[in-house]
Design a protein around this ligand. Sequence first.
Ligand SMILES: [Mg+2]
Length: 149
Amino acid sequence: MNISFDLDSTLIPPGNEFEAEKRNFFIKFLGVEPIRIGTAKVISDLQKQGHTIHIYTTSFRSQIKIRLMLFYYGIKVGKIINQSQNQRTLKNRNINASKYPPAFGFDLHIDDLKGVKMEGERLNFKTIIIKPNDKNWIEIIQKGITFEQ
Ligand SMILES: [Mg+2]
């Protein structure tokens, strides 16, 4: 499956809601953002299972910035869709939603927002919702994917 991940509050902590991977001074200086602990392993496990992983965010971070940040953590993804591209594509397709993963070929989207789940129910796309304080987020993702396959 083509699986997309949201960034903010899903993989990038909004504050101290979840534990992040360690960053040294230099990396912080370069502006590499913290990432949820376990992210690299979850993504590489999913890739080993044959899934293609993408990023789908409504933030305006540039694609290159996101790709470099993920590269630092040893993560390689397929597409990176940011808000500029999201707005353009959804407007062209006349879709009234914050996110619409099928527009980018994503079969399943992982996000922290209930609103995205509701959009999925309305527009018929699959989501897995993990909250920042879900300690068992990895299990929720793995179970969700098994269920949706
Ligand atoms: Mg989010």
